[in-house]
Design a protein around this ligand. Structure first.
Ligand code: GAL
Length: 614
């Protein structure tokens, strides 16, 4: 188990480093991420390096038995970087140094300097005994619209589309006089008068993902000869131009950062299950979380025990440990109120005591015998998410992520562990597959094979609508899925107010004029139009149900509120996030050796799993 966090010792005088290492030992810290934002201290002037302080930090950590996840500092270029290497917003503003992530990934200068600093670090620390892994960059995700970006975008487009004719076709440029006769006329989607071209916007996101990935690959190639694993920490959000599923094939270890806000247990399960999907079911690592809830409009202290509960939930779902941002809370700088494993109050604090307790829990945890077992899957496709973010869709209230989160939340609250899966992947091991708002669906063969193999497929509204370029499949929605679902949708009609279906369920947000073409209606709108249909074992839900309504449709049995039960190999993780005591499958808690039958509010246990699943 990895336990620790980002360690930014350059913020502190050296005496503090000694105290840090002593406290890390006390807390059971095994790994720290060092150097993420250290570029200006490592290369204070172009070509002038100062590694002395980092040598001392790594030696000290090694003496203290703490391993190092050494970062390349490329997410935060130093103040001496030239303007041409900083990013430009869509409306043409060149960003100024003063925060972080202020770089253009397509700038040759930025790329050269990135390779150079990475090579220096590889050369100097590749053989250091503290080095456990490499942490390339931080949360890849910066956007840029400058001329370097434009040139790289054009090269990427040539590669993707092959010819201008193909690009014109893919982007439907014959509309609004956008037909391109010269590659040089194509720009990134910069500020424009009215709606941008959705094909261009979608391709730009794809391009940014690939361009950032090219930067990662360059670093990986430089670090590879050191023989240590290479990773980067994925961030999740609607602004992030990174297709993590594809990137996951390039990293030695999938690592995510997670900062839940509204509903931390459900959001944690969601993020962890997604990370496991990106990792292809293999273990992954929670690289960052916070000891506080770091949200707007207030930064809240976590509830007593919450740090451990959420960390265990990540571990239950496949994480190889629990890491934080950051080890010691800053006394100044942009994130001084972020919280740390050692808070401003110092080690004599509830937070640090909880940090020590969590370290002890993770130390006592045996290695699970097998990966997490999931019986259901939810299809996940980053590109569908991106495509549905385009303006002027039939309803700005339909949000891909809301639909996916609802599907996951409903399964989670009913004690069903779900994987996320890709629409083209093998789904045969799942009993149930949910397809929320999968707007782009070029190919349905995997879904067809799944249904033909006896699996139950539940597709929601606004799925299967468009091809990979975002062009609508004609002849009726949900285009690609019509035959499989035995329906044809003639029109969409977003709902301004909820309606009651013939079954008594409440439907909101969206409705459709569904025609049956082989399917039967399970529920109808007030005017008698089918709303929920069934075609063999393929179901279609043309509206948004309530969480309870969706659970009823899926036939999910009630589950105790707040109780999380996840099986990972021979271990059953039981975490009670709720406010009431609950019974759990009786067993011996491997953390304490005690027999456990019930869990008090806020308590957790890790039970040796016995054959009858809960
Ligand atoms: C992450 C980032 C950290 C820190 C943290 C604050 O996104 O990687 O450096 O900024 O957020 O929550």
């Amino acid at each position: 188990m990895y336990y620790g966090g980002d360690y930014n010792p350059e913020q502190w005088p050296e005496e503090v480093w000694h105290e840090d290492v002593a406290l890390m030992r006390r807390a059971g810290v095994t790994l720290v991420t060092v150097g993420v934002f250290s570029w200006s201290r490592l290369e204070p002037a172009p070509g002038h390096y100062d590694f002395g302080w980092l040598d001392r930090v790594l030696d000290l950590l090694h003496e203290g038995g703490v391993a190092v996840d050494l970062a390349t500092p490329t997410a935060s270029p130093p103040p001496w970087f030239p303007a041409e290497a900083r990013n430009v917003t869509a409306d043409g503003v060149r960003l100024t140094h003063g925060s972080r992530d202020t770089y253009c990934v397509s700038s040759p200068f930025y790329r050269d300097k990135s390779r150079e600093i990475t090579a220096r670090l590889a050369e100097r620390y590749g053989g250091h005994p503290a080095l456990a892994m490499w942490h390339v960059h931080n949360e890849y995700g910066s956007w840029c619209h400058c001329d370097h970006t434009a040139a790289a975008f054009r090269a990427w487009l040539r590669d993707r589309h092959g010819s201008l004719d193909a690009l014109n076709d893919a982007w439907t440029t014959s509309f609004w006089s956008q037909h391109y006769a010269d590659w040089e006329h194509i720009q990134p989607p910069r500020a424009t008068q009215y709606l941008p071209n959705p094909g261009q916007v979608l391709d730009f996101r794809r391009f940014l993902s690939d361009e950032l990935l090219a930067h990662f690959r360059e670093a990986k190639a430089i670090l590879r000869p050191t023989g240590k694993p290479v990773t980067t920490n994925f961030v999740f959000g609607d602004w992030v131009p990174v297709d993590q599923r594809r990137w996951a094939e390039e990293v030695d270890l999938v690592a995510i950062d997670h900062y839940p806000a509204e509903d931390p247990p459900a959001e944690t399960a969601f993020a962890a299950d997604l990370a496991r999907c990106w990792a292809g079911g293999k273990p992954w690592l929670l690289m960052e979380q916070a000891t506080v809830t770091y949200t707007e409009p207030r930064i809240m202290a976590k509830e007593p025990g919450e740090i451990a509960r959420l960390s265990l939930s990540h571990v239950a779902r496949g994480s190889m440990g629990a890491m934080f941002f950051q080890w010691r809370a800053s006394r100044g700088g942009a994130e001084l109120w972020h919280g740390g494993m050692v808070p401003h109050a110092g080690p004599d604090s509830r937070i640090f005591r909880e940090v020590c307790e969590l370290g002890s829990v993770l130390r006592r945890l045996p290695a699970p015998s097998a990966p997490v077992a999931a019986e259901a899957a939810i299809l996940w496709d980053t590109e569908s998410w991106w495509a549905t973010q385009a303006p002027k869709f039939p309803s700005s209230e339909v949000r891909y992520l809301d639909a996916v989160r609802q599907a996951h939340r409903v399964l989670y609250r009913h004690g069903v562990t779900a994987d996320f899966a890709h629409p083209a992947g093998d789904l045969s091991r799942y009993r149930l597959v949910l397809v929320p708002c999968l707007y782009l669906l070029p190919d349905v063969s995997a879904l067809r094979a799944y249904v033909e193999g006896g699996g139950t497929l539940v597709v929601s509204f606004f799925s299967g609508v468009a091809d990979a370029c975002g062009r609508v499949h004609l002849g009726g929605y949900p285009g690609a899925l019509r035959e499989l679902l035995g329906i044809r949708v003639e029109e969409f009609q977003p709902l301004a107010a909820p309606v009651t279906l013939s079954t008594g369920e409440t439907a909101s947000l969206w409705s459709e004029r569904v025609h049956l073409e082989g399917a039967v209606a399970l529920a109808c709108y007030p005017d008698g139009t089918p709303a929920i249909t069934r075609h063999g074992n393929a179901f279609y839900v043309s509206t948004r149900l309530t969480d309870e309504g969706l659970a009823r449709l899926l036939g999910l049995a009630p589950h105790p509120a707040g109780l999380e039960l996840v099986r990972r190999g021979d271990l059953l993780f039981a975490v009670n996030h709720g406010t009431e005591e609950h019974a759990v499958p009786a067993g011996i808690d491997v953390l304490t050796g005690d027999r456990v039958e019930r869990l008090a509010p806020g308590a957790f246990a890790v039970l040796r799993y016995t054959p009858s699943p809960p």
